[in-house]
Design a binder for this molecule. Structure first.
Ligand code: HEC
Ligand code: HEC
Ligand code: HEC
Ligand code: HEC
Length: 506
């Protein structure tokens, strides 16, 4: 029989165990305290400092409650990041592609067209563009007041004050100059009481309603794109009821989200934005169907929202928030793309540029052909062509340029949905060629049996001279407006805002 021998642990083992346990407990304690502290920090940072009025338009007042979002929002003032086809710096599109001047002859875009920069420039840029002209009185100028709709959180405020959107859209653009002073911001996308995402523009709600869809029931993920779809869409000014609802902002979505659907919509109502100055074709101007084109791409298909790429989450200390610096996502690839993709920054950038370059190749081809079609149609008119002979040709030009513009105006579309963009450009090229074949036959029947010379439009200036734009006069009018009118608008707006109360929370 063996006796059980109780082995006594040496005392130093016990002491070591004791000290290790103490240390573990101590560090766990530290961790808990750090977490609570961070939480407290987060709560502190988000404790509302001011009570926001229902239609508070001033971003800096919202910013007092939400400093992180405001700080990143303010970075939309930066203009230091250029990519081959995008970025936050302004791009003079007419300088890059002078053909566009000819393609838009007779329409405002031939005077001046820049690819957008950050949201905080919206007011400055709409004042500066030659397209809004130089109105010296509230009832002067080429544009209707509807043009303000996608520029400012003062818009929902004014729609409310005037009793609805129809009243807001009435009159000329200059009419609201003293009222609209804050650039795109918080009240455009948020409910000030709950901070939930909110739709502030009636046109989007009405457009979905017309399709039988109720977006007040949209999912949270869908809202992260719909807030952008308030502005980044195709639209037109409806004048069917010119007396009561002039220039009523409308999205042509009833038949669907593809350019063929919208073309049918415009054709059915006999709508055109303008008559081309050279070809006399009844033209359509695509605005910026960013949302529509995005819905046809793989990311939308997989449920990725605009905000996932353009407003990705950032973690700083214990705080997680959305980066409100809305710009090219290539500035923030690690937050914007690498949350889902494992490829390197270089590879992801190359993937974007490859798609953009290839779509641009087709776009450039369409631009040359459409320019030729306008010039040749002009020559046909000069040689006695009749409306009867031209009708079919003019419709081809209308359709070809609509398809081209749908892609060209959708900034980012060549990445958002490259296959769809290429498909639409293919149709544009086909329509332009169809017009030119018919034109060649028609011109031959008038005795013109040679290649028609391409005009010298190697620069924006030459192209503007070719279509006969009085650029000096337009610029002088704009300068006068910027010097005499805009400072008054700013002063009056500041005086009005000085009367708004800001209620501090204790
Ligand atoms: C999968 C990521 C992703 C999604 C989703 C996405 N975008 Fe983009 N977007 C990009 C990239 C990448 C570019 C190209 C940027 C460049 O060329 O520098 C871009 C470009 C743009 C541009 C042009 C920017 C410029 O610099 O000129 C706009 C405007 C835009 N997107 C709006 C939207 C809107 C609105 C939505 C939703 C309807 C959306 N994007 C969805 C990644 C995305
Ligand atoms: C109230 C209208 C409005 C809303 C809402 C809006 N945008 Fe914009 N966005 C604009 C306008 C106008 C510009 C051009 C501003 C300029 O050039 O002065 C612009 C410019 C941009 C640019 C180009 C900026 C750059 O640095 O390249 C991007 C990208 C963009 N928007 C994406 C978005 C996304 C994504 C959303 C939704 C999260 C959104 N926008 C919501 C009106 C809007
Ligand atoms: C173009 C639309 C848009 C504008 C303008 C905008 N936001 Fe946001 N904001 C969003 C989106 C999208 C989210 C993400 C919401 C979500 O997924 O719940 C967000 C989230 C937030 C949140 C929740 C916390 C977070 O960061 O995710 C706060 C707070 C906020 N925004 C404050 C502001 C403030 C302050 C401004 C003005 C300086 C502002 N936002 C302007 C679209 C916008
Ligand atoms: C929320 C997740 C998510 C984010 C953020 C995201 N992607 Fe994607 N991306 C996807 C998914 C999912 C697909 C489809 C691939 C599949 O399902 O196999 C995809 C596809 C792609 C493709 C192939 C598309 C094609 O044309 O065939 C490219 C390129 C791409 N992403 C680039 C980017 C870039 C650049 C960014 C950042 C600007 C980005 N993605 C952000 C999820 C994401």
């Amino acid at each position: 029989m063996s006796t059980l021998k109780t082995k006594r642990r040496s005392p130093w083992v016990n002491w070591t165990l004791f000290i290790v346990t103490l240390a573990v407990v101590f560090f766990l304690g530290l961790l808990v305290s750090s977490i609570t502290e961070r939480r407290a920090e987060a709560i502190f940072a988000y404790k509302p400092k001011v009570k926001l009025n229902e239609f508070e338009p001033r971003n800096e007042v919202w910013g007092k409650n939400f400093p992180k979002e405001f700080e990143t929002y303010r970075k939309t003032q930066q203009t230091d990041f250029r990519t081959p086809h995008g970025g936050n710096a302004m791009r003079d599109v007419l300088e890059e592609s002078p053909e566009l001047v000819v393609m838009w002859a007779g329409y405002g875009f031939s005077k001046d067209y820049n690819q957008g920069r950050g949201h905080s420039y919206a007011i400055e840029d709409i004042n500066n563009t030659l397209r809004t002209g130089g109105p010296l009185a509230p009832n002067e100028g080429p544009m209707p007041s509807t043009c303000w709709t996608c520029k400012s959180p003062d818009v929902p405020r004014m729609m409310n004050e005037l009793g609805g959107p129809a009243e807001f859209y009435k009159g000329k653009w200059a009419k609201h100059g003293m009222e609209i002073s804050n650039s795109i911001g918080c009240a455009d996308c948020h409910n000030p009481e709950t901070m939930d995402l909110a739709i502030s523009r009636p046109a989007l709600v009405e457009a979905f309603e017309a399709r039988g869809e109720d977006i007040s029931q949209a999912t949270h993920q869908k809202m992260r794109s719909l807030v952008c779809a308030q502005c980044h869409v195709e639209y037109y000014f409806n004048n069917e009821n010119k007396q009561e609802r002039p220039n009523y902002l409308t999205f042509p979505w009833v038949n669907g989200f593809e350019p063929e659907d919208m073309l049918k919509y415009y054709d059915d109502m006999g709508f055109s934005d303008w008559t081309h100055a050279i070809s006399k074709a009844p033209m359509l101007k695509a605005q910026h169907p960013d949302y529509e084109v995005y819905t046809t791409g793989i990311h939308a298909e997989r449920g990725v929202s605009c905000a996932d790429c353009h407003m990705p989450y950032v973690s700083e200390g214990g705080i997680k928030y959305s980066n409100h610096h809305v710009t090219s996502p290539l500035k923030y690839i690690s937050q914007a793309c690498q949350t889902c993709h494992r490829e390197s920054e270089e590879t992801l950038m190359k993937n974007v540029y490859d798609r953009q370059d290839k779509v641009l190749e087709l776009r450039k081809k369409a631009e040359e052909l459409l320019t030729r079609a306008h010039v040749e149609a002009g020559l046909a008119w000069d040689n006695g062509a009749t409306l009867d002979e031209m009708q079919d040709i003019l419709y081809d030009i209308r359709v070809g340029q609509w398809f081209w513009d749908y892609v060209a105006a959708s900034h980012g579309g060549s990445f958002h949905s490259p296959v769809e963009s290429a498909r639409i450009l293919g149709k544009s090229i086909n329509e332009a060629q169809s017009a030119r074949i018919k034109l060649a036959r028609l011109l031959a029947s008038k005795g013109i049996n040679r290649e028609i010379a391409y005009p010298d439009i190697s620069t924006k200036e030459k192209a503007q001279e070719y279509i006969g734009l009085p650029m000096e006069k337009l610029k002088a009018e704009k300068d006068k407006f910027l010097k005499e009118i805009v400072p008054v608008w700013k002063k009056k707006a500041a005086e009005r805002e000085a009367t708004y109360d800001v209620v501090l929370n204790e």
